[in-house]
Ligand binder design. Structure first.
Ligand code: CP
Length: 308
């Protein structure tokens, strides 16, 4: 198979295992390219991509822009905070105006779950979801599972614990879909108030004790508390959260095995992870960031290939 089964990348839920393997194999090629002295290839020379971000981002936005430039695409960047949205323009009008400038692909981050799905019903360009509210963050899950595959050689059969604010996390949902499709066992761990009620229906184990989760897993993907999405108090204080769910080096040293620590970023140091873990050899956090460029190059390249 050399083509993706989808016209857009809206969520991991829509991808097949073969789609994911194709993205990984393509990312392997691009990872080799971006480690050459000349890091650029002409693959998307005639393609124009708009990065349309309605929510803050550091990694995803820079990583997409770099991926696009490494593929020689023409790139335009849109930031909601400095746009005519402030004058009352709708999402659809905004995107249609961008598309009138002959844009082929839209990479979009939005605070509302389903915003890229809504757009996909009205516009012809390929859409890549760069995070829609608490719903999905598909390229984050692709780079996370690609990094696990790179570390262990395979994802199937591994035990992965996703720890933290599962309730508000698009990273957790996309990772669960990707890991399950690739044959990993998945556990979620966090305070009861930060676990969605029906999360077990996604085929994951649930654990409230973080040390037990660490003892069980090969990989711990640790998530930030998303205070910006919390309208009520889910736990008494960040200090108390950190006492019960924060991961530090002495905890890892008490385990009878080595485990790998991941984090999608941004890290709140001293809350979910101590610096002695975040900066240790256990952590592959910056490898995840590096792999983000290669996996996003793969996604953009494969979506653009469908047009030819
Ligand atoms: N991991 C992630 O999505 O980070 P940003 O919000 O900085 O893009």
């Amino acid at each position: 198979m050399t083509q993706l089964s989808q016209k857009h990348l809206l969520g991991i839920k829509d991808l097949t295992e073969k789609d994911i393997q194709l993205i990984f194999d393509t990312a392997d090629t691009f990872k080799e390219v971006i480690n050459r002295p000349i890091k650029k290839v002409p693959s998307l020379r005639d393609i124009t991509i708009a990065n349309v971000f309605f929510e803050n981002s550091t990694r995803t936005r820079l990583s997409f822009e770099l991926a696009e430039k490494r593929l020689s695409a023409d790139v335009i960047n849109f930031s909601a905070s400095s746009s005519s949205l402030k004058k009352g323009e709708t999402l659809l009008d905004t995107v249609n105006n961008i598309l009138a400038m002959k844009v082929d692909m839209v990479v979009m981050r939005h605070a509302s779950p389903g915003a890229p799905h809504f757009l996909s019903r009205y516009i012809d360009a390929n859409i890549v979801n760069a995070g829609d509210g608490t719903h999905e963050h598909p390229t984050q899950a692709l780079l996370d599972t690609y990094s696990i595959r790179e570390r262990f050689g395979n994802v199937a059969g591994l035990k992965v614990a996703i720890i933290g604010d599962i309730l508000h996390s698009r990273v957790a949902i996309s990772n669960i879909f990707a890991l399950k499709k690739l044959g990993a066992e998945v556990m979620v761990c966090g305070p009861n108030t930060l676990l969605p009620k029906h999360i077990q229906s996604l085929g994951v184990k649930v654990e409230l004790d973080v040390f037990k989760a660490l003892q069980w897993c090969d990989v711990a993907n640790v998530l930030r508390i998303q205070l910006e999405r919390q309208q009520i108090k889910y736990f008494p204080s960040l200090r108390e959260y950190s006492l019960y769910y924060g991961i530090n080096l002495s905890m890892l040293q008490k385990l009878d095995k080595e485990i790998t620590i991941m984090h999608p970023g941004p890290i709140n140091r001293g809350v979910e992870l101590s610096s002695d873990v975040a900066d240790s050899n256990h952590a592959i956090i910056l490898d995840q960031v590096e792999n983000g460029v290669a996996t996003r190059m793969a996604v953009l390249y494969l979506l653009a290939s469908q047009k030819q």
